[in-house]
Design a protein around this ligand. Structure first.
Ligand SMILES: [Zn+2]
Length: 410
């Protein structure tokens, strides 16, 4: 885990040479104590423009210190994971030159280490440059990272660097431990079958809520939902990520949404969670992990088996059915009453459709949820309702409406 308040964070830094990729995060992402939430998050990494041949990064520690270690972290699912750089240090008297691939190491700049992890598998690479006994690498004010494209032959080999840590010999280390702020945390399920990655980097105030309140409930219900919605040939995701995002950092069209799921990852709007921390936040999580079961499973080749999009009202209605009728029926969150009866249609989506689906389940087909979910992968057509219930969906909709009307005395 990268250090939060290491020296590099307090330092200044600039590119002496090279050009950041347009998709890269700002240099600051290297020094914010935070790793990306996933393996392919360009904006949370720093990387040079493809084909530009790397560059040189200067870190000014502000004063000379005895450097104990330099840590570099990178993360990518394929060819951008490996790190390849030479590390140099210089004392306070040295003047960082505009483009000094240190011509004569030992004069101005002392060579510290050459790093190359190109032979390692893709994923997360963490490099720690330091002496085994923890003694000083040297007394430096400046560090230069002379960064090269990594050794991968694939087209993209400018490394996704996620974080740089610089630690000082002695007391600084204690300071590092004073603020153990876990921002990305992986939690194993009690069964050992699943794991949950909580990324509260964007909203650290919610990290504890996510680990202590959200994940235990998700861990109880994710296996239940999987059992409810089996699909032959599709293996449910073994890991779900829960990311908390400030609305300002969400794409515009998603800012007003409490939460959403893509494949096996769930994103919460941090403002929604704060507002609903004792209210709807956990239930929203249940809704989203239904989507993870619907669209986050793996095919036999290990790829996400997304299946085909059903009419939205069906997938949203199913997610809300499991949430409001199975997870928290006592809240009676999906009701048809005098207020909403007139507007309610079976395909109104979300809670209204959840009410409709519950009615079909109670009156026609106990196994409806499983069958609907199966149709995501085996093909959906409207005629399926007739196979499932003996009625068309519009006939069912009309009957449901009539039943509501009677019940409400309208
Ligand atoms: Zn949804």
């Amino acid at each position: 885990m990268p250090a939060i308040d290491d020296l590099a964070k307090m330092s200044s830094r600039k590119l002496l040479e090279g050009k950041a990729d347009r998709g890269s995060g700002a240099l600051g992402v290297l020094f914010d104590g935070q790793l990306p939430g996933g393996s392919d998050e360009p904006s949370r990494n720093f990387f040079f423009a493809q084909g530009s041949g790397g560059g040189r990064l200067l870190v000014d520690l502000g004063k000379e210190i005895e450097v104990k270690s330099v840590g570099t972290y990178s993360w990518h699912p394929s060819s951008r994971a490996a790190q390849r750089y030479d590390l140099y240090g210089a004392d306070a008297k040295s003047i960082p030159k505009a483009s000094p691939r240190p011509a004569k190491p030992g004069e101005d700049w002392k060579w510290i280490e050459s790093v190359d992890t190109s032979s390692m598998k893709p994923g997360q690479h963490a490099v720690m440059v330091g002496r085994e006994d923890g003694t000083s690498l040297g007394r430096f004010r400046y560090l230069i990272f002379d960064i090269f494209p990594n050794g991968n032959q694939e087209p993209f080999n400018e490394t996704f660097y996620s974080e740089i840590d610089v630690l000082e010999v002695g007391e600084r280390e204690v300071q590092r431990l004073e603020r153990p702020k876990t921002i990305v945390k992986k939690i194993q399920s009690t069964s050992g079958k699943y794991s949950y990655v909580v990324d509260a980097t964007d909203a650290p105030d919610l990290a504890q809520w996510a680990s202590d309140k959200l994940v235990p409930v998700m861990d109880e219900w994710y296996p239940k939902i999987i059992k409810m919605l089996p699909v032959p040939g599709v293996t449910p995701a073994s890991e779900i990520s829960f990311t908390l995002k400030e609305p300002a950092n969400l794409p515009g069209h998603l800012r007003g949404v409490p939460a959403f799921a893509t494949g096996d990852s769930v994103v919460f709007n941090a403002d929604f969670v704060r507002r609903e921390i004792a209210g709807e936040s956990i239930g929203a999580g249940i809704h989203e992990i239904v989507h993870v079961v619907q669209f986050g499973g793996r095919d036999p080749q290990g790829r996400i088996a997304r299946g085909k999009r059903l009419p939205t009202w069906i997938t949203e209605g199913s997610a809300d059915y499991i949430r409001w009728f199975l997870f928290e029926p006592e809240k009676r969150g999906a009701r048809i009453n005098h207020r909403n009866f007139e507007a309610a249609r079976y395909d109104s989506s979300y809670r209204v459709s959840a009410h409709f689906l519950n009615w079909v389940i109670e009156n026609y087909e106990k196994d409806l949820m499983r069958k609907i979910n199966l149709s995501i992968h085996q093909g959906y057509r409207e005629e399926l309702w007739k196979e499932w219930t003996g009625k068309s969906v519009s006939e069912l909709g009309a009957q449901w409406r009539e039943a509501n009307r009677k019940r409400l005395g309208l």
